[in-house]
Write a protein that binds this ligand. Structure first.
Ligand SMILES: O=P(O)(O)OC[C@H]1O[C@H](O)[C@H](O)[C@@H](O)[C@@H]1O
Length: 278
């Protein structure tokens, strides 16, 4: 079942419920901010003090970073691009069976986007809610000239406690340490006891988030870079919409095309970035 909902301030979202899972997706940013299987704990983390407000990104769920990931050279432009703070069009929903709901959202260039990013584009997000969460973000170049994007499905995962989790599947992978700007290589599993902000490259395999009582598997397509991030104590204090202890209960594993994995898309061609989480 699909229900259109509105907060008292006018902020709109869609609630999805089917036989196996439920989800919530805001029209601003086509931002999925809740996904849980029936009777199970949510997979995604959402800040208890997140904004649900026009022009502000939701803190948690899956922000869509597009058409650039991270800072823009022009510091006046928004970090992680404009897609996550733009109003998307809800195109359609399709209940394939009692366990599978597919929703499609679209964003195209406008006068406003052309002022800050000088290309015509079509961006489509297909979200499939079933016992798996599937997100496919397709960028089509509708301009005459080629363009280059960096992007991410910036997934915030809920964890029982940051000191109890490990990320498997990135052993021996090269990464850019975004805190020191040094290139390093992963040794073994990733565990957390300090701030971590890394862009892994050459990722071609499944990633596993191992928690005390569950494992989450992440499989990406059209992507060979993965960002792993936990802000830890000091950065959390500086961030918007985060409670002081929030870093203990979340981490991000972001399905990306970032840094060396930027993608050039020719006129009328497309690129799809897909993540399957189960
Ligand atoms: O606060 P935001 O703009 O949502 O960014 C949140 C985080 O996103 C990514 O994971 C970056 O690697 C981090 O450096 C950044 O702090």
């Amino acid at each position: 079942m699909i229900t259109h909902k509105k907060l008292p301030n006018g902020f709109e979202y869609i609630e999805v419920k089917n036989g196996v899972a439920e989800a919530k997706i805001a029209l601003q940013g086509a931002h999925l901010f809740h996904y849980a299987r029936v009777g199970k704990e949510p997979i995604l983390w959402l800040s208890e003090v997140s904004d649900f407000e026009k022009g502000k990104a939701i803190r948690g769920g899956v922000p869509i970073c597009w058409p650039w990931f991270g800072f823009n050279k022009d510091k006046a432009l928004p970090q992680h691009g404009f897609a996550r703070i733009s109003m998307w069009e809800f195109v359609c929903s399709n209940e394939l069976d009692e366990k599978t709901t597919v929703l499609t959202f679209k964003l195209t260039n406008s006068e406003k986007t052309l002022q800050i990013w000088h290309y015509k584009f079509e961006l489509e997000l297909r979200i499939t809610i079933s016992d798996k969460l599937t997100m496919e973000l397709k960028t089509t170049n509708r301009d005459e000239k080629e363009f280059k994007i960096t992007q991410a499905l910036h997934t915030y995962f809920a964890v029982s406690h940051i000191s109890d989790v490990a990320i498997l599947g990135l052993d021996k992978k090269p990464y850019l340490n975004a805190l020191t700007y040094k290139n390093e290589e992963q040794e073994g599993d990733i565990t957390f006891n300090e701030e971590v902000d890394r862009v892994y490259q050459d990722v071609d395999d499944e990633i596993v988030l191992r928690d005390k009582n569950r494992e989450i598997h992440i499989k990406n397509q059209g992507s060979s870079s993965v960002v792993v991030w936990n802000p830890w104590i000091e950065k959390t204090k500086r961030m918007s919409a985060m409670q002081e202890n929030a870093y203990e209960y979340m981490l991000c594993i972001e399905s990306a095309n970032a840094f060396d994995d930027a993608r050039a898309i020719k006129s009328q061609e497309s690129h799809s970035l897909k993540a399957v989480i189960c």
